[in-house]
Design a protein around this ligand. Sequence first.
Ligand SMILES: [Zn+2]
Ligand SMILES: [Zn+2]
Length: 286
Amino acid sequence: MSDDFIDIRKVSVHGGHSGQFCHHASDSLESVVRAYIDQGFTWVGITEHMAPLSDAWRYPDEQADNLGADFLLQRFRDYFAECRALAQKYRDRIEILTAFETETYAGYEAQVNRLVEELRPDYLVGSVHHVAGHCIDYDAEHFNRAAEAAGGLAKLYCAYFDAQYEMLCALEPAVVGHFDLIRKFDADYLQTLQDAAVWQRVERNLDCIAEKNLILDFNLRGFDKATEQYPSMPVLRAAIDRGIAIVPGDDSHGVKSVGRNYVRGVSILLDLGVDTNWCKPALIQY
Ligand SMILES: [Zn+2]
Ligand SMILES: [Zn+2]
């Protein structure tokens, strides 16, 4: 690590999916936590995907393997118990926050509120993985289906950012996850983002994030999945212009992706003059 990094604390505002509690991740949660400790992280928010509202809202791989919504809910409860136990066990070496990542399909708000009430997470990562009922980040086939249903790419982006805006207003999540995930399967995303109706929504959502003082997840998984981090550079610059707090999230899905792309990502933030005295998410008050 270069000298520039010596004083910068390693943190992740969005990460720690594990094979123990997420069907598309790998390894036990404890081995993931130990990987964060080994890499010298100061604090990490573990942000497992929320339990689905019903069988219809399971991810395609969960459906294929017949994991029912009841099973997934119980596993989600187990996740909270295990994450809190690990936070205690390793409290002298790392600060672990126990959080979760949201969805935005029909009925999500009541489901999120139920889970918050029962499980009392430290905070939420507000994420959008579905637009008009279609999963947009699972694979190109699902994404194309979503674009067709929306009537084109620009319209799909607009619907995505509208769903995000509605979620920001409904849930006020402390962290906004992978802001422009919608571009994952769009090779011409820089152009699509320039569409007037799309960009207007990007700015509206950033204004909302600034006004509510939410943290923007500087999502390092984008380097692996979509050429650059989320949010992409034009959005990132617009967020910086608004003084929005930007904090790295490695969005790890197993030991191997813990801290992945960290130096690369933080170098970009340093070049842009972003404050690397990372903000911690505001904890939900109970
Ligand atoms: Zn995931
Ligand atoms: Zn996500």
